[in-house]
Design a protein around this ligand. Structure first.
Ligand code: SAM
Length: 217
């Protein structure tokens, strides 16, 4: 495990990441897309996943659905899961406008309690922060990847701003590439991508961690 304190900068009063926090988050977005997706699919997902053969996919904490819609357009049969009914309503409307509703199942559920009936060929997650420790959430998601399938994670690096406020993401919600790789051990997992990246979203510069890993078949 890399030397990184996940409790650094913790601010549970304002970043509890429980259902109430996310209900408030989506209420203040007034039904619009999450600014971290800036309306379109996350560019890291597009770059790293577009070469994969489509199958079943889960977007864990899908928000307003930009990545779910993009995956459906690439031929994946996608489950878009979020704890916020408001986010899912917006996501379903956007999917209907894009004529991909038949490729998508929307699930309103809590990732810390929900379990899939079948594992997925692809599990993706972008900036999802729940009441579990961040690496605990990723460890849970990794169990839902089918043999031969792929796990794809995008998160904030420590000291990164968020596109919502321009302020730093709370320390306990951030991860380095080494942190994520440390929970995906050989020989079960092969790491295809583990890197950091910087990109501009509006006036904010985001520092992202991107990990793509394959589960042995
Ligand atoms: C920062 S937003 C990111 C949304 C989207 N992935 C994107 O990149 O635009 C985090 C999302 O995770 C969802 N979420 C947080 N905790 C959750 C949980 N326990 N179960 C399901 N979804 C959750 C929130 O409702 C929110 O939509």
């Amino acid at each position: 495990m890399a030397e990184h304190d996940h409790n650094q900068g913790i601010d549970n009063a304002t970043h509890s990441f429980d259902q109430g926090y996310w209900t408030e988050h989506w209420a203040t977005r007034r039904g619009g897309p999450d600014p971290e997706s800036a309306g379109g699919p996350n560019p890291h997902l597009v770059r790293e996943v577009q070469g994969l053969k489509p199958g079943t996919a889960l977007d864990a904490g899908c928000g307003a659905g930009a990545e779910v819609i993009w995956l459906a357009q690439q031929g994946w049969q996608v489950t878009g899961l979020d704890i916020s009914s408001e986010a899912l309503e917006v996501a379903a409307e956007r999917a209907a406008e894009a004529s991909v509703s038949s490729k998508i199942d929307w699930v309103e559920a809590d990732l810390t309690k929900w379990r899939p009936e079948e594992p997925f060929d692809l599990v993706v997650t972008h900036y999802a922060h729940a009441t579990l420790p961040q690496l605990g959430l990723y460890e849970r998601l990794s169990r839902w990847v089918a043999p031969g399938g792929t796990l794809f994670i995008v998160n904030h690096l420590p000291n990164s701003a968020t596109a919502h406020s321009g302020e730093h993401a709370p320390g306990h919600a951030t991860t380095t590439p080494d942190d994520v790789v440390a929970i995906l051990s050989e020989p079960e997992w092969t790491i295809d991508v583990a890197r950091a990246d910087v990109r501009d979203v509006g006036t904010v510069q985001l520092h992202d961690v991107i990990v793509r890993a394959r589960r042995s078949g």
